[in-house]
Write a protein that binds this ligand. Structure first.
Ligand code: ZN
Length: 368
């Protein structure tokens, strides 16, 4: 397993001190992967995302068994005739971030990491704190000061050290980076560390299995730092290169209209987000003004021939209530996906009769 720089393509061995290239570029991860055999997976007794271990970073079963909490294997809930929600709020820490966190912490354990630092709007920090606790890795979590009490309480329950930072999400990331530079602790960032996407990609493997070797025609995905979209892109490329699909489904990326730098960049054909005067949004999990991986995210969506859609605050709140009336209580950041789906149907009525999956990323109990 090795890192490779996105910019200058320099390779580095996978070690605990590195989170970016010497040129400042962001890193990719490379390791030998074997194609999955979905036919034999049908009888695999392992229900967690580790059923796909063959296509995941090489980590010993001893480490996996010590750390796993059975994450993955989440249900598809039917919401409308042609709409299903992938219920990732069923995860051990109640959000989809467990997919990336378990893979990253397992890799940290393999490296012998004893201490890590992460910055997060809440859910990634919670997930890293939980899995770090299982791996006996001490953890510092940097969150924006306005992060709600439920998420703080959950992170503290895992005995992580909390740093509440003023100045928003970007200032929080900078504070974490400063601490990493000072202490040389492992930076368990879900934005910097590409191992996180190796976990989030299992979201798509599961949908492919649940749809009996097919994919829905439309996949809706929320985009802030692009954690799920990047995992989804990796998995779609893999399924195509392994011969399981011949074309990509329509990927519809959603941002809150109050903070939509990537949607603006996409519609204007720009390589990165323009400066925006973002307003506050209830979708705090995707309120990222300058996503670090913006160029990569935009390239990925253009490569997939996907599209962006934005949703208003009123539409997000309506979607959250509408999902609850179907028995599904999710965070406002997750309700964005249903709001995006409804907006998509307004704009493209022909998609009304097309099978679509939206992610139900985080439990409503995490923010109210
Ligand atoms: Zn470089």
């Amino acid at each position: 397993m090795q890192y490779r720089c996105n910019g200058c393509h320099t390779s580095y061995s996978f070690d605990k001190g590195r989170y970016k290239c010497d040129c400042g570029g962001l890193l990719q991860i490379e390791y030998p992967k074997k194609p999955l055999d979905f036919a034999s997976l049908a009888t695999c007794p392992e229900r967690s995302l580790w059923r796909y271990a063959k296509a995941l970073p090489p980590i010993s079963w001893d480490i996996i068994q010590k750390i796993t909490m059975g994450e993955g294997g989440t249900p598809l809930i039917r919401l409308e005739k042609h709409l299903w929600g992938k219920a990732d709020y069923f995860m051990p820490t109640l959000s989809f971030k467990d997919r990336g966190a378990v893979v990253l912490v397992a890799a940290m354990s393999k490296l012998g990491v004893k201490h890590c630092i992460i910055d997060s709007s809440g859910n990634a920090g919670t997930a890293i704190a939980a899995y770090s606790a299982r791996a006996n890795i001490s953890c510092e979590v940097f969150v924006p000061i306005e992060t709600n009490a439920q998420k703080i309480a959950q992170i503290e329950a895992y005995q992580a050290t909390i740093h509440r930072i003023e100045g928003g999400r970007e200032a929080t990331a900078q504070a974490a980076l400063d601490r990493v530079e000072l202490t040389h602790a492992f930076y368990a960032s879900h934005v910097y560390n590409p191992l996180f996407w190796e976990g989030t990609k299992t979201y798509l493997y599961e949908i492919f299995e649940q749809c009996e070797g097919n994919l829905p025609q439309v996949l809706v995905v929320p985009v802030g730092n692009g954690t799920l979209l990047m995992g989804l892109t990796i998995a779609l490329e893999e399924l195509k290169s392994w011969g399981f699909i011949t074309k990509f489904p329509l990927v519809v990326a959603v941002q809150a209209a109050n903070c939509d730098p990537l949607a603006k960049a996409f519609s204007r054909g720009l390589p990165e987000g323009p400066p925006i005067n973002n307003k506050p949004t209830v979708a705090d999990g995707i309120a990222i003004t300058h996503p670090l991986r913006e160029t990569q995210i935009l390239e990925a969506l253009r490569f997939l021939r996907g599209t962006f859609i934005t949703v208003t605050e009123e539409q997000i709140l309506f979607a959250q209530r509408a999902l609850a009336l179907r028995g599904v209580f999710v965070e406002k950041t997750s309700a964005v996906n249903y709001a995006g789906y409804l907006n998509m149907l307004e704009q493209r009525k022909e998609l009304k009769d097309v099978d679509t999956v939206i992610p139900l990323c985080g439990s409503g109990l995490k923010s109210f």
